[in-house]
Design a protein around this ligand. Structure first.
Ligand code: ZN
Length: 296
């Protein structure tokens, strides 16, 4: 039996590199009316189903009121290959194949991911759900079967800040990367993001992390206009320094573990170049040109 498409929520997909503010963007978006956030859904089969990690609501995933039904549905229907199921389709290494429309066998992937989006139990049904999985391949794969609309928000962070951010050891986030590895990663991922953005033309918008933190109101307005959303409640909460709730998120960075989050607006865009060694400053300059060239 097929579900009428009108009742299927639109996916707001947050695409970006690691450490580029995807989690805070999701938490801000979900503060809007008619929007709820799911977290990094690409990792849910592992973190939620297999490892039964704790949800932001305090319950373990299997016992969480929102995710319990999803776990039940997935275990009832699926496959023994859950652990690497999404990584095999969404992972960066396979992007060139995905860009050319080669997805391989999507049958198990479809069952699992469809269950995540349609069986998650929110108190009130919403029109939009945020998936902040980051990978550029994922929206291309989802487009092959998801019956609702998918809109893509690309977020990029200034190279100097990103190079610095990748030096820190953050539990739960991507491992630290050397300056050179972080730069290569940035070149590759931004190219993948560009290709996905072109494929979602008309349903995509690009924002910069530094704009989001210095001018959240203006940046959210750009997202509203480009994607036809109403984010006024989110803007109001951010502008009045009100606490934002992470809601039910099992997968994502450590931010989700806070009971409530105050969005900290910055007065100006920090130029962190001076903290970088000479080689990294050089990389940062090349990366900045590259980012501008791709229009991010
Ligand atoms: Zn929960």
């Amino acid at each position: 039996m097929s579900i009428p498409t009108t009742s299927i929520p639109t996916i707001l997909y947050v695409m970006g590199t690691g450490r580029s503010g995807t989690t805070i963007l999701e938490i801000v978006l979900k503060a809007a009316d008619d929007v709820d956030g799911l977290g990094e859904m690409t990792h849910f089969p592992r973190d939620g189903v297999i490892l039964n990690k704790e949800c932001a609501c305090g319950a373990e995933a299997h016992a969480c009121e929102a995710w319990g039904p999803v776990v039940k549905e997935i275990t009832r229907k699926t496959p023994n290959t859950l652990r690497n199921l999404n990584k095999r389709i969404d992972g960066h290494v396979h992007f060139p194949l995905r860009a050319f429309g080669h997805f391989g066998d999507l049958s198990s992937y479809k069952i699992v991911n469809q269950a995540m989006y349609t069986h998650v139990h929110f108190k009130e049904p919403v029109k939009y759900i945020v998936d902040s999985s980051k990978y550029a391949s994922r929206p291309l794969a989802l487009k092959q079967f998801y019956p609702g609309s998918i809109k893509v928000i690309a977020i990029t962070r200034s190279p100097a800040e990103l190079l610095n951010a990748f030096q820190e050891k953050n539990e739960d986030e991507q491992k630290p990367k050397s300056y050179l590895m972080a730069a290569l990663y940035y070149f590759f991922v931004l190219l993948c993001m560009k290709i996905t953005a072109v494929k979602f033309k008309g349903d995509t918008v690009s924002i910069r992390y530094e704009d989001l933190v210095t001018d959240p109101d203006g940046t959210l307005t750009r997202i509203e206009k480009a994607l036809g959303l109403d984010l006024s409640r989110a803007k109001h909460l951010v502008n009045t320094n009100s606490p934002l709730s992470p809601g039910h998120i099992v997968t994502g960075n450590r931010l989700r573990k806070s009971a409530s989050i105050i969005f900290r607006k910055r007065s100006s865009s920090l130029e962190e170049n001076e903290h970088l060694p000479f080689f990294a400053q050089f990389l940062s300059k090349v990366m900045t040109h590259y980012r501008n060239l791709l229009g991010f």
